[in-house]
Design a protein around this ligand. Structure first.
Ligand code: 26Q
Length: 843
């Protein structure tokens, strides 16, 4: 690893002619500086071609020009961080949902306005150019977007941080609808390269796997383990700079691309087996080829296991190399404890768990550190975040697979497990085989499996949930025995979102109003928004606030028209449910209620009701049949409703295709109502709930995840809470839940479900939507949709009445924006820093 070589390369690079006066003096860039830099890239990088659509070229030139500035700052950050010797946090995540970078990087560097001017002189609208690049969609949903928000906050707060991830060739699939069905196409985010990436070839690493372990007796009576790997992979890092907002810092997101190890294959090549050597290359590249599109569900595939290991091993090797580069060899015993003082590693769910075993292996086998010291280091360095209680999402890998791919790691895992069972478990529960079996890393049975979460909890010095209720349930229901063993280990860090992307950049009209109303920089200190409380009753402010909402709704209406062909009125209530498609998130509860409203309108066309547009955005995992059927049903029902003249445009339903970060940025500023309707106890936190409320949408939601904390912040008058609580759901389960009872007793539920058996929504094909009815009835309705239906419908009625009172609604919307300060991801990061990572600022 030679990071020093990287430095010298960068120094020469900054001496090129593009470096301008203001950059050298660290002053804000002038419009002329920016124009000059863009022109430079148009001429030399793009090679100035005349073509009809020049937008892509200008987008690229602008991005490259900005990246030059960013890379200079990245280098000065690295120098400063090394000099300060500040502890660093390494965030290990298989997913990062970054979205587009141009607008955010410009805002964070305070270059947006000047770049806008520079481009205007060249005949372009910056806002248009910002729509050009593909989203970086290297993630599925909440967990990946959280990682992206955290990187923004870490850089904004001047912490020394590195994000580690996978350089997937294809991110999350692109979604379209064909006759209402979801169709997936590969994402090609870097088909022609990305202007934001820097390939760090000199920091590449080699990763062994497969093969066997040889035990060799040592003179001192111990045994040494030598792993003879059967295959080698090469990890090539690509860095994406992460620009802090109004801060000193540019950190990096380091993404690993998998290649075949050329040295390894050279022999084969020399032996004349050229094609086979090529085959190796192709096989290796599949490891980082594509993101697994499952969320909340364990895929259980060998390639996914190899992907997780490859990523974890590259990251651990890199962390050690960076440490040794700065502080000297880890094999030197005085540096062991220093490592713990300088390095924190956060595991984003159990996906990177193998990093624990890889660090143990590196310390013991490669650096000759003894077991006890290696274990002590791991326990001090690692912490783990849990994002789910759903049993199907808890990762388990077959022991046979583990043994074949990572024989040495499995041996280490066994030894950690033995020590844990014989020391910790035996001390609290002596001679208790039942407890041993429950807590063991190995689940016995027909196929023996490794419980990844158990290794995480035993190793980590802190384990956190992502909202208070979720963390309480992690303690009570998921890991009660671990909580008994180590009462201070399990803790909470409530999630947050970056106000830079989710207000400043995506909602410029509201941002301007806030700038002119609030003292200080609310985008850095979001609690300042509470000053708005003083304006919540101010009629003039209410009008300004709601006029902006209306403008944003007009813009979204145009987008809806162009994406779906459906005309919607910006005067209607925009009611939004945007998130991955999952039974537990209950898009089908929303749909059932839409069917009920439609029936009511048909029965009484004069029904007093505010016109409403229901807006959905959701991708279903390609293998998740029922989720795909819910999408299909929604599209079919939408079709019928949108074309039914009898209901006089009082109801519209649109399912926007290809929901992703950049689409969220258009929907969220235009939302009046935020649907957060998961079965209580199932949604760990949610973060869309925070984004929508921050932009002045009023929540209709259950007492689940962060909704509970949102309700506490905004107060009961400014949120519509409905449905069973966690305790009531548990009681219903104990008593035995019978969805047929609701079907039989509630005439509206019965009529709506029976309607799905007809061909009303699918002309000529009766029964096409019966699967939806069946999931409520014969399927047992595991997520209690029918039990919550009436309460949900009542809450919607209350919401409809509240919306009729323009002033009351404006006040609610303003207070939602005003009281979201807590959900700044900067606050989450400060919680992690204080309670888990113990970092100091490096500026
Ligand atoms: C596991 C094994 C194999 C393949 C895929 C997976 C996998 C991938 C992604 C399992 C789970 C996920 C993602 C989970 C997720 O996004 N959870 C969400 O995390 C958010 C951030 O904490 C919370 O706000 C949401 O409540 C939670 O659902």
């Amino acid at each position: 690893m030679s990071d020093k070589r990287v430095c010298s390369y960068m120094v020469t690079k900054t001496k090129t002619s593009t470096k301008t006066q203001s950059a050298a003096k660290n002053q804000p860039m002038t419009v002329a500086d920016i124009s000059q830099r863009i022109a430079h890239h148009l001429q030399f990088t793009q090679g100035e071609q005349v073509c009809a659509d020049q937008k892509p070229a200008y987008w690229r030139a602008t991005s490259l020009a900005l990246n030059d500035i960013i890379v200079e700052k990245l280098q000065s950050t690295k120098t400063r961080q090394q000099q300060s010797e500040a502890k660093s946090v390494n965030y290990l995540s298989l997913e990062y949902l970054m979205g587009r970078l141009l607008a955010n990087n410009l805002h964070n560097l305070d270059l947006y306005k000047n770049t806008e001017k520079a481009l205007k002189d060249m005949g372009f609208e910056l806002a248009d150019l910002c729509e050009e690049g593909a989203d970086l969609a290297l993630g599925n949903g909440g967990l990946g977007r959280l990682a992206a928000c955290f990187l923004d906050s870490l850089a904004t707060l001047d912490y020394n941080a590195m994000g580690y991830g996978v350089h997937y060739q294809h991110g999350l699939f692109k979604q379209s609808f064909v006759d209402g069905h979801q169709v997936e196409a590969p994402d090609m985010w870097r088909e022609f390269g990305s202007p934001w990436e820097i390939c760090r070839l000199e920091s590449s690493c080699t990763i062994p796997l497969y093969g066997y372990v040889e035990e060799i007796a040592q003179a001192d009576g111990t045994t040494a383990s030598i792993w003879h790997a059967g295959k080698m992979l090469k990890g090539v890092p690509w860095d994406i700079p992460i620009v802090g907002y109004n801060s000193q810092t540019v950190n990096a997101l380091r993404l690993w691309e998998c290649r075949a190890d050329s040295a390894f294959d050279w022999e084969q090549f020399n032996n004349g087996d050229y094609l086979n050597a090529h085959q190796q290359q192709v096989a290796a590249e599949t490891v980082s080829k594509a993101l697994y599109p499952n969320d909340e569900h364990d895929a259980g595939k060998e390639l996914r296991f190899v992907q997780q290991y490859f990523f974890s091993a590259c990251s651990v090797q890199d962390i050690i190399a960076r440490f040794e580069n700065q502080y000297g060899a880890l094999a030197d015993s005085k540096n062991w404890s220093l490592f713990c003082d300088k390095v924190a590693i956060q595991l984003n769910d159990t996906h990177p768990t193998i990093a624990i075993l890889e660090l143990m292996r590196s310390l013991i086998d490669v650096r000759n550190i003894d077991w006890d010291n290696a274990w002590a280091i791991c326990q001090k360095v690692f912490a783990y975040t849990n994002h789910t209680l759903l049993p199907e999402a808890l990762e388990k890998w077959s022991v046979a697979l583990f043994e074949r791919v990572l024989p040495r790691h499995l041996a280490i895992l066994y030894r950690i497990n033995e020590a844990f069972l014989n020391n910790d478990v035996a001390a609290l529960w002596p001679n208790n085989d039942d407890m041993r079996a429950r807590l063991s890393f190995i689940e016995e049975g027909h196929e023996r499996k490794v419980r990844m979460a158990h290794l995480c909890v035993v190793t980590a010095h802190k384990v956190n949930g992502v909202a208070q209720i979720h963390s309480d349930l992690v303690k009570q229901d998921l890991f009660p025995e671990f909580n008994q063993l180590w009462p201070t280990k399990l803790t909470n860090v409530t999630n947050g979102i970056t106000p830079r992307r989710w207000l400043k950049a995506c909602n410029p009209l509201l941002s301007n109003l806030l700038d002119s109303t609030i003292k200080g920089d609310w985008a850095k200190d979001l609690n300042r928004l509470s000053e708005l409380e003083n304006f919540a009753d101010d009629e003039q402010f209410q009008q300004q606030f709601m006029a902006i909402k209306h403008q944003n709704k007009i813009a979204l209406s145009k987008e809806i028209k162009s994406l779906t062909g459906v005309t919607v009125s910006p005067d209607a209530i925009f009611d939004v449910q945007i998130k991955r498609l999952h039974e537990y998130k209950r898009q089908h509860l929303n749909l059932l209620h839409i069917i009920a409203l439609y029936r009511r309108l048909l029965a009484d066309p004069a029904l007093e009701m505010q016109p409403r547009v229901f807006i959905f955005g959701a991708k279903a995992a390609p293998g998740y049949q029922l989720a795909k059927e819910i999408i299909y049903a929604t599209n079919k029902i939408a079709d019928k409703i949108n074309n039914d003249v009898r209901i006089q445009n009082k109801l519209k339903v649109v399912f926007l295709p290809n929901y992703r970060v950049s689409l969220a940025e258009k929907i969220i500023p235009a939302a009046d109502v935020s649907e957060q309707i998961s079965t209580a106890g199932k949604e760990a936190s949610g973060t869309g709930n925070m984004k929508l409320a921050l932009n002045g949408a009023v929540t209709i939601g259950t007492l689940d995840g962060a909704n509970i904390e949102i309700a506490k912040e905004v107060g009961d008058d400014n949120i519509f809470i409905f449905g069973l609580t966690v305790d009531e759901v548990k009681a219903l389960d104990t008593q035995g839940y019978n969805p047929y009872e609701y079907y039989e007793k509630n005439a509206e539920i019965r009529a709506c479900l029976d309607w799905l058996d007809t061909d009303y929504f699918t002309p000529g094909v009766a029964g096409e939507l019966s699967s939806i009815k069946n999931c409520f009835l014969s399927g047992g309705d595991p997520y209690k949709v029918l039990a919550d239906f009436q309460s949900y419908a009542d809450a919607h009625q209350a919401l409809d009445i509240a919306y009729q009172n323009k002033k009351q609604w404006a006040k609610m919307a303003i207070l939602n924006t005003a009281l979201m300060g807590k959900f700044n991801s900067d606050r989450s990061i400060e919680d992690y820093v204080r309670n888990i990572w113990q970092l100091t600022v490096s500026n």
